[in-house]
Design a protein around this ligand. Sequence first.
Ligand SMILES: Cc1cc2nc3c(=O)[nH]c(=O)nc-3n(C[C@H](O)[C@H](O)[C@H](O)COP(=O)(O)O)c2cc1C
Length: 191
Amino acid sequence: MRILEGIVTTLNEDGTVNVSPMGPRVDGAMERFELLPFQSSTTYRNLKRHGEGVFHVTDDVEMLARAAVDQLEPLPATFPAQAINGEILCDACRWYAFRVLQLDDAESRALFLCKVVDRGRLRDFFGFNRAKHAVIEAAILATRIKLLPSEEIFEAFERLKPIVSKTGAEHEVRAFALLENFVDRSLNRRG
Ligand SMILES: Cc1cc2nc3c(=O)[nH]c(=O)nc-3n(C[C@H](O)[C@H](O)[C@H](O)COP(=O)(O)O)c2cc1C
């Protein structure tokens, strides 16, 4: 099993789509996987209520960064899944529609065992790019500002920044800047 970083869509109570970066534990076959959302997340609440969602593999790190810091206006384009009641992101490379088989929420990080009931491929994955990976690292840090010391976060951003400017294009540079702004504003507010 290893972690595959991607994006999960679930349906909110009012039928709108929630888009959230998540890293399930997967194996090569992708017939089942384990999703571990914190109980404080909308993804947890939606899956507990509705039990269906779509996991996406994408190289669109700008969408991932925006979703991580809740700045996804306008919402990315989606189309309806057939096998479940859920929505598929148009800009994904691959998608996996799933149903929850089991929930263990004894810990603050819940564990949903999910069964893939349908899947599809929309386009090629770009491939390894250090800037894209750096944006993913930065996005993870941005979602952990309440858990990590500020120094650690600032240092990591300083280390990641030249990787983005040397190896990325406009999308990655924009995504990193968005995360940097978010972190600066949040940590300065915290003091
Ligand atoms: C690449 C990446 C992977 C993440 N994986 C998880 C995860 O497995 N579980 C989790 O609770 N949060 C994870 N997060 C943090 C959530 O995306 C973040 O808390 C988000 O705001 C939750 O959104 P929601 O409340 O709409 O579900 C991840 C963030 C990133 C950037």
